[in-house]
Design a protein around this ligand. Structure first.
Ligand SMILES: Nc1ncnc2c1ncn2[C@@H]1O[C@H](COP(=O)(O)OP(=O)(O)OP(=O)(O)O)[C@@H](O)[C@H]1O
Ligand SMILES: Nc1ccn([C@H]2C[C@H](O)[C@@H](COP(=O)(O)O)O2)c(=O)n1
Length: 240
């Protein structure tokens, strides 16, 4: 039978298992950085945004009115969301179906902040996240919005990534192949709105943990950010 922590990386760990929490607003580089750090250090990787997107995909696909928190809350325990944590090939399934493509649609992106603000949704997904982290054999890099503050407050290393809205919009637009001035402006506006919704919700909002190291990635390459975080994790491993 599959478990939530399936497909952990096979690479041997080079030191004690550490838990790394990486949070920050949209487009700051959390996923790309976390995957690379985990792959380099032989650790597991968990994209928690993908779990909230999977829940949102299930809700919209099953005709749930996602603007009604009580309708979402009533069904939050129904979907079986399973994350594969190999950083070289992360996976996500919902009720056994591959959800990696469908969770990236504009419809899911437009609705995910509303669904993830529902406390019952957070309770279910936070439980999954803690159980995956607890069973990662060589440690794990978990990225999201509330990992250092709420999900894993005792994480060994906490990072909070930031970047200017302009840099984030340019990166995201480049990824989508929509680089006209109007497209970048629309992407920037959408990022700002999603960050505002995620930061102001009552249940476990996007926030920097008091003991997190903030890294502004605006003028850093992806490789520089990865190197900095790998150094912090290696320092922590050496001290353990
Ligand atoms: N330091 C960097 N310099 C340039 N581009 C970067 C940097 N970090 C990430 N990117 C690029 O920016 C885009 C967004 O990165 P990524 O998806 O990792 O961000 P994220 O914080 O996980 O976003 P979201 O929260 O929306 O899922 C990707 O195309 C990635 O390759
Ligand atoms: N720990 C988390 C991770 C994600 N979310 C919500 C808020 C985001 O807008 C959405 C999608 O995340 P992304 O794929 O863009 O990283 O999921 C959250 O509330 N808590």
């Amino acid at each position: 039978m599959e478990t939530a922590a399936q497909a952990a990386p096979a690479a041997p760990a080079t030191g004690p298992a550490v838990i790394v929490a990486i949070d920050g607003p949209s487009g700051t580089g959390k996923s790309s950085t976390s995957r690379a750090v985990a792959a380099r250090l032989g650790m597991s990787f968990l994209d928690t945004g993908a779990q909230y997107r999977a829940m949102t995909w299930w809700m919209t696909g099953n005709g749930v009115d996602v603007s009604d928190p009580s309708a979402v809350a009533a069904l939050a325990r129904k979907p079986a969301i399973v994350s594969g944590t190999d950083p070289k090939a992360p996976t996500i399934t919902v009720d056994g179906a591959d959800a990696s493509g469908p969770i990236r649609t504009p419809e899911v992106t437009a609705n995910v902040s509303a669904v993830s603000a529902v406390p019952e949704v957070r309770e279910v997904i936070t439980g999954l996240q803690r159980s995956i982290a607890a069973s990662a054999p060589h440690g794990i890099v978990v990225e999201g919005r509330d990992i250092g503050t709420t999900v894993l407050p005792d994480a060994d290393v906490k990072i909070f990534l930031t970047a200017s809205a302009e840099a984030r919009a340019a990166r995201r637009s480049g990824e989508l192949g929509a680089t006209t001035g109007a497209a970048v402006a629309a992407t920037k506006e959408a990022l700002i709105q999603r960050d505002a919704a995620d930061s102001t919700r009552k249940a476990s909002p996007l926030a920097k943990a008091a003991d997190a190291t903030e890294i502004d990635t605006t003028d850093l390459t992806l490789a520089q950010v990865i190197d900095r975080i790998v150094a912090l994790v290696e320092e922590k491993r050496a001290a353990k």
